[in-house]
Design a binder for this molecule. Sequence first.
Ligand SMILES: [Zn+2]
Length: 90
Amino acid sequence: MSIILGSLAHHRQMQVEITAYCEASEQCRHSGPLELERLIAVFGPDFVIPHSYRYFIGHLVCSKCRARQASITITPPRAELPKFPMRTVW
Ligand SMILES: [Zn+2]
C-alpha cells in the first residue's frame, strides 16, 4: 500500500509528516506541519486524505492570513527505507 493512501491512524503510526502551504497570495506563503492528533480528532482515524482531498483542504485555514486556499504535502518519515538491517549477501 502506498503510504500516501494510508489512513490518518496509519500516518500516525508511521510518523508521516503532513505539511500545509498557504496558496492564497505571494505575500503570505505560510507553511507549517499539521498535527496528526488534531487531524484524527477532526476527521477520524480511518480518514484517507487523497480520497476526500477537496473536503480535507476545505477545512484548512491559514493561521497567518486566514485564507482557505491551502495545499499539502505528505512526506514519509526519513527512516522509512531500511526497517531491518540490510541482509548480508554471503
Ligand atoms: Zn496565508
